[in-house]
Design a binder for this molecule. Structure first.
Ligand code: C5P
Length: 398
């Protein structure tokens, strides 16, 4: 799968750098060529000699290395790869990337490159959870940078939490997905996912029980087939899918804005459980308990699916979801026509089914030519089958 692929591997500082040696070995076993770049901090943890020996390649280290500048230069080095991989990426390297700084070889290569970039962060859990790192992560994801990990677990510093470098085989899998040459390569697909939160006041909101699990699985399945996925999510319980451009929103109106800015697209899958109503007058101060009950007046949110289905920039294929508790097929069939989308993926979310928040789903896909009942299966399997079906339809096959 990686045969003949050229990877530029940037090894940042941190104790996890030792895992980069195993990563190099695993990548070469799979036929990839690994061109290593070792940051100054990285060289404190692994030696240039081991990196060169395992990669079978000269280790690039300094920005102003005159031989390199004459022979090839950092611009060309940054562009001669199929994929740039940063593993481990420190909080500092992520901050530099988010700011577009170029004050050493690694950051200059990352700024100059026009090839896709995959980042495997590794840092202390407090650094990972710090608002500054969260901001940098959001900026980088919006820039289209792919991420793998970090994992949660015990760390070299003795603490336990998120921040461990993803295991080398997980990084290999993410590299394979990033280079995937699937049937959706070159296709831009928008996916909405998760619930929306509609504020009542600064501390209270209206929401629903959507976990975002089905939407995340769909984003992942589409990316695995090579699609360029813009994943627009409300505050979900589950992680956003790796290898997609993630845009985080809170409210239905923000979700609509994000979808409209992401257009045009070849297809759109609206898996989000958008709140149908918001309060007409959310206050900017906390409503006090003072003996009289507050009265909330509700107004309707924009219908994102219907707006996009009937809009000028309509993707060729628009897929909506219908979460129902009774008369599923009849309601969903009517909904398909009312909203103007091509397909509706309908499911029964009555509490007895365990679907809302669970790992399985049982759906009926309603298309113009009728309803297709799929057996109960995991949400991942529903996502794969749906992604395949989208790929066939965009390719002009039934
Ligand atoms: O009308 P209902 O909420 O049942 O429709 C469900 C479908 O419509 C889902 O695909 C959901 O993502 C989408 N929807 C939307 N904007 C809304 C409400 C629902 O995009 N305001």
């Amino acid at each position: 799968m990686l045969h003949g692929k050229r990877l530029l591997l940037i090894i940042g500082g941190g104790i996890a750098a030792y895992k980069a040696l195993d990563l190099i070995r695993r990548l070469r076993e799979r036929g990839a060529q690994v061109v290593p770049v070792l940051t100054r901090a990285g060289a404190e943890f692994v030696t240039p000699m081991s990196v060169a020996a395992l990669s079978g390649h000269k280790v690039h280290r300094e920005l102003f290395d005159l031989t390199d500048e004459a022979e090839m230069g950092h611009i060309q080095l940054s562009r001669s790869a199929d994929l740039v991989v940063v593993a481990p990426a420190t909080a500092d390297l992520m901050a530099k990337m988010a700011q577009g700084r170029a004050d050493d070889l690694a950051s200059t290569l990352l700024l100059a490159t026009d090839t896709p970039v995959l980042v495997a962060p590794a840092m202390n859990m407090r650094m990972w959870d710090h608002p500054a790192t969260r901001r940098n992560l959001a900026v980088l994801q919006q820039d289209g940078i792919r991420f793998v990990g970090p994992d949660e677990g015990s760390m070299a510093c003795g603490e336990f939490g998120p921040g461990r470098l993803a295991e080398p085989l997980a990084i290999v899998a993410a590299i394979e997905a990033a280079l995937a040459d699937g049937p959706l390569k070159g296709r831009h697909i928008i996916v909405t996912s998760g619930p929306t939160h509609e504020p009542i006041d600064p501390v209270r909101y209206i929401a629903n029980r959507s976990s975002g699990a089905q939407g995340s699985a769909i984003g992942r399945a589409l990316a695995a087939l090579g699609a360029d996925v813009t994943f627009i999510t409300g505050p979900a319980d589950v992680a956003a899918p790796e290898g997609t451009r993630v845009i985080r929103v809170e409210t239905a109106r923000q979700m609509l804005d994000a979808v409209q800015s992401a257009l045009p697209a070849d297809a759109a899958v609206f898996a989000a459980a958008v709140a149908d109503w918001r309060t007409a007058d959310a206050t900017d101060h906390k409503i006090k308990k003072n003996g009289t009950l507050p009265v909330l007046s509700l107004i309707e949110n924009p219908d994102i699916l219907a707006t996009v289905s009937k809009g000028a920039d309509r993707p060729a294929l628009v897929v909506g979801f219908a979460a129902e508790t009774d008369d599923v097929i009849a309601h969903a069939t009517a909904k398909r026509l009312r909203k103007g989308c091509d397909w509706i993926v309908a499911n029964d979310v009555s509490p007895a089914t365990g679907i809302m928040g669970g790992t399985e789903n049982e759906v009926t896909v309603i298309r113009p030519d009728g309803a297709e009942v799929w057996p109960r299966m995991t949400k991942d399997m529903v996502a794969s089958r749906l992604a395949r079906s989208i790929a066939d339809t965009l390719a002009g096959e039934p």
